[in-house]
Design a binder for this molecule. Structure first.
Ligand code: ZN
Length: 329
């Protein structure tokens, strides 16, 4: 993708393109922001732009790659000898990985104008790795650019941070994600709207959600709210057994998240305030108001939050849920 194809973070994109145009792009850049907002794609678009022989913007004022020439294509496929991406192979970026990168950086580019080194999940560098990188950042080769990507800025050594030009990435707007999905996928509008709202502003998340799995979890959450509404003791005990014992902890936590989101929607629809995620079933959620007035929703959500806090302890989840489900509304 070229800069013009990227979605969201317009301000960062402009800042990078202006820096390229005016020849004041730093040798050490740091892209900071949540997972899934496009930091990697921005880094690749930058690598293409500074190496593309046809670089010029659509409007001819901001530089952008052609995204078609051999250089752009090689970068897109991850085959360009002068554009290297490293990411942790285990939980950490090891010193050997960083050392080999720094060795490359000390040489002249093979065929490109600029050598670009993209360090993904830079916060996972071990302290030795970070110190090895620091030496190179302090004395950068003329034709090299380092781009560090991180979703946890605070975990990077302050000495690294202070060496870099920092670009802050924000979550995308719901409408931006909708537009992105609409352009690339043929899906019912209802699904596009739901995915965009579930993504929390992250394209990566929007692409990884399996809606059929989500809808099944949501169906279970709605069923639970109905059973709680009616207050049938036998069915409540059965629900406590399912949510408390039959589901493993990870499955339980994922459903808990969905349940909390559904409850938040029930509340927001009644108060006519706040964002509603499950817009596709708004009518159903409104009908739950009979059993779930705002005060009860808030009270129940507080109890769920307390339950979540205690999960790490070895408490008996089924018993805790029985107590919660059978408590007087
Ligand atoms: Zn090109």
């Amino acid at each position: 993708m070229a800069f013009r194809d990227l979605v969201g973070n317009e301000r960062v994109r402009r800042a990078l393109q202006v820096a390229v145009r005016e020849g004041r792009l730093g040798h050490s850049l740091l892209f900071s922001g949540p997972e899934g907002v496009g930091k990697r794609q921005f880094a690749l678009a930058l690598a293409k732009t500074i190496n593309c022989p046809n670089a010029s913007g659509e409007d001819r004022t901001l530089p952008d790659s052609c995204d078609r020439c051999p250089s752009c294509q090689k970068i897109e496929r991850g085959e360009h000898v002068d554009v290297l991406v490293v990411r942790p192979e285990t939980a950490f970026l090891r010193i050997e990985q960083i050392r080999s990168l720094c060795e490359h950086a000390s040489r002249k580019p093979f065929e490109a104008r600029w050598r670009v080194f993209i360090i993904d999940e830079a916060e996972t560098m071990t302290e030795q790795a970070a110190n090895a990188l620091l030496k190179t950042l302090e004395e950068p080769a003329a034709e090299s650019v380092f781009v560090l990507l991180t979703s946890q800025l605070a975990r990077l050594l302050p000495t690294i941070r202070s060496r870099c030009q920092i670009y802050h990435f924000a979550p995308l707007k719901t409408t931006e994600i909708e537009g992105f999905l609409r352009e690339r996928f043929v899906r019912p509008e209802e699904e596009i709207r739901l995915l965009a709202r579930l993504s929390g502003g992250r394209i990566g998340k929007a692409l990884s959600i399996d809606l059929s799995v989500y809808r099944e979890m949501r169906r279970e959450a709605l069923e639970l709210l109905a059973v709680l509404g009616v207050g049938d003791r036998v069915r409540l005990l059965r629900a406590a057994e399912y949510w408390g014992r039959r589901l493993d902890r990870e499955a339980f936590e994922r459903r808990l998240e969905v349940l909390e989101q559904v409850l938040a929607d029930v509340l927001h629809l009644q108060l006519e305030a706040g964002d509603v995620v499950n817009t596709d079933i708004a009518a159903h959620l409104r009908s739950l108001a009979v059993w779930w007035p705002p005060s009860r929703v808030v009270h129940f959500m507080e109890k769920l939050a307390a339950l979540r806090r205690d999960l790490w302890r070895q408490l008996n989840r089924q018993l805790a849920l029985e107590a919660l489900f059978l408590a007087k509304a």
